[in-house]
Design a protein around this ligand. Structure first.
Ligand SMILES: Nc1ncnc2c1ncn2[C@@H]1O[C@H](COP(=O)(O)OP(=O)(O)OP(=O)(O)O)[C@@H](O)[C@H]1O
Length: 498
């Protein structure tokens, strides 16, 4: 520090220096940081870059800074930043500082650039709040946990509440896309599903919208798989912070086609398709909605215990058949995406959104495998997904990758005993169920499912957690069409990617 600087140091401002990692508060100024300091010295990770708590009391990492206002003099700024209060929660704070080793009329912009290496400063965000999401808590979660962080980061926020089912689809279909950088769905997984399908219903199949606007979720619903897989959190404040700091990254979508001829309809899916016990337990227990996620587990236990079977015909276009290939696939793809991390995102055109598979009344291509009746006559779970976490206690697709051009297919049949099935379900939390001999797991490029369930009880096919017609469907991957927001371009770590 120069002697001149010492003379002019203001004692009403915290004295700091800027280093490569953030803002270091000088010892004499620590009084100015009046918030509590977490005692844990563990890493604050949650899918983003680790924020070392250990040194946090005298150092504000650039990543934690969400806004910087210029002060009265060139070497003074007000920092707005977040600090962790637990592994999965944050608080906002501000600190007026005088910077001892940097004196320039662009000081606030300099720090802001360092704070937002990955993403747009002051993004323009369309916030869609589903007032019925999360058992009616979405509005208060938005007001109390999400908006304060967006406001502190000076995001340009446009707020819209969804007024009816599929309203989000209509909004996305008619949207002036030039106005927004992000659509943040303050909801469960239902609203992002609707937004993506609203884009797809546009004249260019949504190409321009998919290129311009990142679609993300801030967790306000009962199922928040998108937030858990991308922001690493079910906590709305934390997810908002992670969203602001995330990197625009291309994600694969899945095109789900049902019907043929004039009745042919294609919808996009970003998360999962499901047939069997899990679909019936998720959608079929709507009457237990007030119970929240617990209803799902009760439904599964009931079905497993009763030995429920969901026969079908299944044709699959496999990328990997042997489970051992999946580990190599994940490693190779992660290396590839890390080498492409700084490249510009590819531009999507309507061709990338075109469905190329045969119609459902036509035979599947010769290279698609017909799964043997020994499996499909006894099938009890068919679950296909593109994101690793389906709830905070279920890494159902631990090998799922954002843009490897494939989906993860997981299948079990009712020949496994009740105890075996229970043990499989219990290992879903750690993601290790896919290693179980009784679980079939493959990377697939496309499949056709024809349900053959004859009993009279109502059954379900769910796509991204939403009910779809209980009839044949065909799915293919649309590689890298959606722009999402991921920490450093990757999904949250799983047992495969850790
Ligand atoms: N104003 C509204 N009235 C009725 N339904 C609505 C309204 N706004 C949105 N919806 C519907 O609510 C459904 C669930 O949305 P979302 O996923 O956000 O909530 P959730 O709490 O996670 O519910 P779920 O348990 O279904 O996941 C969607 O199908 C959506 O179309």
């Amino acid at each position: 520090m120069s002697s001149e600087r010492l003379i002019y140091a203001r004692n009403d401002l915290a004295q700091v220096t800027i280093d490569d990692h953030g803002v270091k508060i000088s010892e004499q100024s620590l009084w100015a940081v009046d918030h509590e300091v977490p005692s844990s010295n563990s890493l604050f990770c949650c899918g983003g870059q680790p924020i070392p708590i250990k040194t946090f009391h005298d150092h504000i990492p650039f990543r934690n800074i969400i806004y910087v206002d210029p002060g009265a003099n060139d070497d003074e700024v007000t920092l707005t930043y977040v600090y962790p209060t637990s592994k999965d929660s944050i608080k906002l704070a501000t600190l007026e500082v005088q910077v001892q080793n940097y004196n320039n009329n662009k000081l606030s912009e300099y720090i802001l650039d360092k704070a937002y290496t990955n993403h747009i400063i002051r993004p323009s965000v369309l916030v869609l709040v589903n007032p019925h999401g999360g058992q009616g808590k979405a509005v208060s979660i938005y007001e109390n946990e999400i908006y304060p962080i967006l406001k502190a980061a000076r995001a340009k926020v446009t707020l819209e509440e969804t007024k009816y089912q599929t309203h989000a689809t209509d909004i996305a279909k008619e949207l002036d896309i030039s106005k927004y950088d992000i659509i943040a769905c303050c909801s469960g997984d239902g609203i992002p599903h609707e937004v993506i399908n609203g884009f797809f219903a546009r004249e260019d199949k949504g190409a321009e919208a998919f290129n311009k606007i990142a679609v993300t979720q801030l967790p306000c619903g009962s199922g928040n798989a998108l937030s858990l897989s991308t922001h690493g959190s079910n906590n709305a404040g934390m997810a908002t912070f992670q969203m602001l700091k995330a990197k625009r990254t291309k994600l694969d979508l899945m095109a789900v086609t049902q019907g043929s001829g004039p009745a042919k309809k294609t919808k996009l899916s970003f998360l999962t398709q499901c047939y069997g016990i899990i679909a019936d337990s998720d959608i079929g227990t709507e009457h237990l909605r007030w119970m929240g996620p617990v209803r799902f587990q009760i439904g599964i236990a009931q079905k497993v215990f009763s030995g429920a079977k969901y026969p079908c015909e299944l044709y699959v276009n496999f990328l990997t058949k042997d489970k051992r290939e999946i580990i190599n696939h994940v490693e190779t793809h992660m290396q590839l995406s890390s080498s492409q991390r700084d490249e510009e995102l590819p531009v999507v055109t309507a061709d990338n959104l075109a469905v190329t598979g045969p119609d459902l009344d036509q035979p599947v291509p010769d290279n698609w495998a017909h799964i043997s009746a020994e499996i499909t006559d006894n099938l009890n779970i068919l679950y296909v997904g593109k994101m690793p976490y389906i709830s905070d206690s279920a890494q159902f697709f631990p090998a799922a990758l954002p843009n490897d051009g494939s989906m993860d297919m997981v299948m079990t049949d009712s020949k496994a005993s009740f105890m075996e099935t229970t043990s499989i379900m219990l290992s879903v939390e750690e993601g290790t169920h896919v290693h179980n001999d009784k679980v079939k797991h493959a990377k697939v490029l496309g499949y056709r499912l024809i349900p053959k369930v004859n009993d009279r009880t109502k059954h379900y096919i769910s796509v991204d957690g939403e009910e779809f017609p209980f009839e044949a469907l065909q799915v293919e991957v649309l590689p890298g069409v959606l722009t999402g927001l991921l920490q450093d371009g990757s999904y949250v770590e799983t047992c495969f990617t850790r």
